[in-house]
Write a protein that binds this ligand. Structure first.
Ligand SMILES: NC(=O)c1ccc[n+]([C@@H]2O[C@H](COP(=O)([O-])OP(=O)(O)OC[C@H]3O[C@@H](n4cnc5c(N)ncnc54)[C@H](OP(=O)(O)O)[C@@H]3O)[C@@H](O)[C@H]2O)c1
Ligand SMILES: [Zn+2]
Ligand SMILES: [Zn+2]
Length: 399
């Protein structure tokens, strides 16, 4: 055997062993947290009387929340129980309380931007300790099996065994309840430790709004590209901040100029108000990536598509209620890639939290005491948040 053949064989052996090592490491970390049985089992005998206190919309379209008690699912070996500290309000809460998305399970306890302290944990939970400050987002479970083509690639939100944090059902049919509550139980894999540097008061929105905009920027590897963020709300303002941190030329796009100065202060290169045709014209076919967080039904879709450069990515993360109407004639000539993205894996959430700690990327929050939930909800429905409302569930105990 000549020297080159030996080198090639050695390299192949190294590559193969690295591959199997990486695969097995992945397997190990997954099986540590794999569900041993479907959650949502009946509570253990001594827990039958245990009740979690929450705030619920009792019917479709409710503008008022009632105190609501429910019996939690048993704390499984892989689960943790949180004392909820902060819970932020996402536009998806509004869609679901208003019954827009099919699932309509009332009483409905919203909340999937949850921050809390671990007060109990199951026997298999080794990576989290009692007292840890953690967050939970929109997903509380998936199959987590090594042979799942989605979970094994850390695409858990797309797994068909996905269980959403609230207004959904566990595998046995029991309803799930969210974070407008004093307590929550969740599988520990979907419960993520918060880096100490990040203030609890502001970190909750990262668990849905943050990851929903960060994940596609990470997945489509938009680093260094020209990025437009459409809709500067809870998601969009974080899209601008993460886009800037990843080294993109970022331009915020709103209906009016009212959010222009904010966008510039977060590092955006410019801001476009779609009510001014001249501003739109300036950026015709300019952006490599357009991240659409828009939540409105009557948005100027054709104008948005015109912003994309040849073979650009148009990524939907916003979910307007009505069907979106646009002309194929605005997609074809630029050979656009129109795609969408849903929240993100716990693995990517950790990456996002680290980036947030490193660059001090936090949402702009307004804190509401839970006693003013109805008032906050009304202002939220009217589209007043600039840029995220956070419910303080347990007073100033955790300032
Ligand atoms: N993909 C996912 O996994 C995921 C996760 C979380 C949320 N979502 C969805 O993402 C969307 C945004 O959520 P959010 O919490 O960021 O909502 P938000 O804070 O209300 O922001 C939405 C923004 O959309 C723009 N907008 C609203 N109505 C509009 C209209 N008629 N025409 C054009 N623009 C309009 C506004 O931006 P300007 O004021 O700047 O114009 C508004 O600030 C919602 O549909 C939500 O359900 C999806
Ligand atoms: Zn959300
Ligand atoms: Zn799966």
């Amino acid at each position: 055997m000549n020297e080159n053949v030996i080198k090639a064989l050695a390299l192949t052996a190294l590559t193969v062993s690295t591959y199997f090592f990486a695969k097995n490491c992945n397997k190990k970390s997954k099986s540590n947290t794999r569900p041993d049985k479907p959650p949502g089992m009946p509570p253990k005998k001594n827990e039958k009387e245990k009740k979690f206190e929450a705030w619920a919309a009792m019917e479709e379209g409710a503008m008022h929340f009632e105190p609501y008690q429910y019996t939690p699912p048993a704390l499984g070996d892989d689960d943790v129980e949180l004392k909820v500290i902060y819970s932020a309000m996402c536009a998806s809460d509004y869609h679901q309380v208003l019954g827009h998305w099919g699932n309509k399970i009332y009483p409905l306890v919203p909340g999937h931007e949850i921050v809390g302290e671990i007060v109990a944990k199951g026997a298999n939970v080794n990576h989290l300790e009692l007292g840890d400050k953690v967050g939970i987002g929109a997903q509380r479970l998936s199959c987590l099996q090594d042979d799942c083509s989605l979970c094994s690639r850390n695409y858990e939100p797309y797994c068909d065994k996905c269980v959403w944090t609230y207004n959904h059902r566990y595998w046995d049919g029991e309803p799930t309840y969210g974070g407008y509550a004093k307590s929550v139980r969740c599988h520990s894999y979907f419960t993520i430790k918060i880096p100490e540097k990040l203030p609890l008061k502001e970190v909750a929105p990262l668990f849905c709004a943050g990851i929903t905009v960060y994940d596609p920027l990470d997945h489509f590897d938009v680093r260094g590209k020209k990025l437009a963020v459409l809709g500067i709300g809870g998601l969009g303002h974080l899209g601008v901040k993460y886009g800037v941190a990843l080294g993109n030329e970022v331009v915020g796009v709103s209906r009016t100029t009212s959010k222009r100065e904010d966008c510039l202060s977060w590092g955006a290169a410019d801001h476009i108000a779609t009510d001014d045709p001249e501003q739109l014209k300036k950026y015709k076919n300019y952006f490599d990536v357009v991240l659409c967080t828009v939540n409105g039904d009557d948005a100027p879709w054709n104008e948005y598509f015109k912003l994309c450069a040849f073979e650009g990515e148009f990524i939907f993360v916003g979910i307007p209620n009505d069907k979106i109407n646009f002309d194929a004639g605005y997609v074809l000539p630029q050979r656009l890639n129109v795609t969408g993205s849903e929240i993100g894996s716990p693995v990517v959430i950790k990456k996002m939290l680290d980036l947030s700690a490193q660059h001090n990327i936090l949402p702009v929050c307004e804190i509401w005491p839970i006693s003013k939930l109805d008032e906050a909800w009304e202002a939220f429905i009217e589209g007043k948040p600039k840029y995220r409302y956070v419910l303080d569930i347990c007073g100033s105990e955790y300032e």
